[in-house]
Design a protein. Structure first.
Length: 114
């Protein structure tokens, strides 16, 4: 399984960024796809996740600002990040979760300046 992330970068506070991730390889069709992030000096944390049935879950800190979506036919997941805050600065990781097994994409550094 491979996960290829794209998008992100730098933005001003109040701005927007979009992350996308494509999964390839062989894996069970019933799964979760999502995004985690790790800020400097902090542990990796869940940002948002979406199941193959379309149910979503968000970290409290991003509710109302971030939106996750997926395309099951293409095995892709996207994260639209609006109203960005400097506290959103982190390395963002795409994840594919099958049962208790995690597959990770490469991290992308997203920086939000005030």
């Amino acid at each position: 399984v491979q996960l290829q992330a794209s998008g992100g970068g730098s933005a001003q506070a109040g701005g927007s960024l979009r992350l996308s991730c494509a999964a390839s390889g062989r894996f069970f069709s019933i799964n979760h796809m999502g995004w985690y992030r790790q800020a400097p000096g902090k542990e990796r944390e869940l940002v948002a996740v979406v199941t193959s049935a379309g149910s979503t879950n968000y970290a409290e800190s991003v509710k109302g600002r971030f939106s996750i979506s997926r395309d099951n036919a293409k095995n892709t997941v996207s994260l639209q990040m609006n109203s960005l805050e400097p506290e959103d600065t982190a390395v963002y990781y795409c994840a594919l979760i099958v049962g208790s097994q995690f597959f990770w994409g490469q991290g992308t550094l997203d920086t939000v300046s005030s």
